[in-house]
Ligand binder design. Structure first.
Ligand code: AKB
Length: 339
């Protein structure tokens, strides 16, 4: 049987890097990687094909669809929350129009090949919007259906695309006489802030955690743009990749949701600093809150309730706070910045 062909958009981003590395180790699938920026040579070598291009170019997507039979799409391309707030038009185009283009492509693939196309969509804790710190404290671990009143363009985009995905999965072309033989099997995860040892995020608002770590590992002072007591959920990148793949592989009939929270640990910014200082004693962090970015993070929950993911498809993070840093992040960043 021919190997499955998988499309990864935003392949050059943080999750894309981790996912491609992981899939290459497994070796059983052909990865077609799409990004607006070329992948570095090492990552290219792990892909079946790499394409430099824009998800906003429907002709390119049509061409890719004609050339390959995709059984699965990981649609990772996005403009993150801080950048989308500074360029809302761009954020909406990439996050919404781009996702619509990919869903159309998936629907057409499913119709043409007569089988479902699994569509993985990384959503975000940015879909939540708590009105103030008092509500944030009282809310605790937020469930999927609660507090979905995002305060950012990115959060609004992600929340809408979750609904768009659900529509394509269940109601797409519901007035047509003939039902399509295949359909889009849409599955989304609401990721917390992600921390990778291999890459740094660009344009996010949870970036203070990975930035603090990578600056400390290089012996550089860090101006942290949130208060010490800021608390949101985070996850180590290997667990984010595991979560995506577990959800992708879960039997359809086990899934009671189309969108799942996934959590791992939720330190305050100060707890992060203390942990990082224990490994890098020269760590210097100045807490200089940027009030506008702070307001965004304050509207995100302090933690998420991921019991649906645990029950339906066995989600269980490998890394809690201590072992994420001790066993994965510290050794890998020390290696990365070794002179
Ligand atoms: C961001 O900060 O925009 C992202 C996210 C929380 O989805 N990391």
């Amino acid at each position: 049987m021919a190997a499955q062909t998988i499309l990864i958009t935003g392949a050059n981003g943080e999750i894309g890097h981790g996912l491609i590395e992981h899939l290459a180790q497994r070796g059983s699938v052909r990865v077609v990687a799409l990004d607006v920026r070329p992948l570095d040579a090492a990552l290219q070598a792990r892909c079946y094909r790499t394409v430099v291009g824009d998800i906003l170019d429907p002709a390119l997507l049509e061409r890719l669809s004609a050339e390959h039979e995709f059984s699965m799409i990981f649609h990772l391309a996005a403009v993150l929350s801080t950048k989308a707030e500074r360029q809302p038009g761009l954020g909406h185009r990439v996050n919404v129009d781009g996702t619509l283009n990919l869903l159309e492509m998936a629907a057409e693939e499913a119709r043409r090949n007569g089988r479902d196309v699994i569509f993985l969509f990384p959503s975000s804790i940015a879909v939540y919007g708590l009105p103030d710190l008092e509500h944030k404290r009282a809310a605790g671990r937020v469930r999927e259906a609660e507090w979905c009143e995002p305060r950012t363009m990115y959060g609004v985009n992600k929340l809408y695309c979750e609904q768009l995905g659900r529509y394509y999965a269940h109601y797409y072309r519901q007035l047509d006489q003939q039902t399509t033989a295949g359909r889009v099997d849409f599955r989304a995860l609401r990721f917390p802030g992600l921390i990778s040892a291999a890459t740094l995020p660009t344009g996010g608002t949870s970036d203070f955690a990975p930035e603090m770590l990578h600056q400390a590992a290089q012996g550089l002072r860090y101006h942290c743009f949130v208060r010490r007591d800021t608390r949101i959920p985070f996850m180590a990148m290997p667990d984010a990749i595991t979560a995506l793949l577990r959800l992708a592989e879960a039997p359809r009939e086990r899934l009671s949701h189309s969108v799942y929270n996934v959590g791992a640990f939720n330190p305050s910014a100060e707890e992060l600093e203390i942990l990082i200082r224990a490994a890098f004693p020269d760590t210097q962090v100045d807490f200089l809150p940027d009030l506008r970015r702070q307001a965004i993070v304050d509207s995100w929950p302090a933690d998420v309730d991921d019991s649906a993911a645990r029950t339906d498809w066995g989600w269980a993070p490998r890394f809690a706070l201590q072992n994420a840093f001790a066993d994965y992040l510290f050794p890998a960043v020390i290696e990365r910045y070794r002179p």
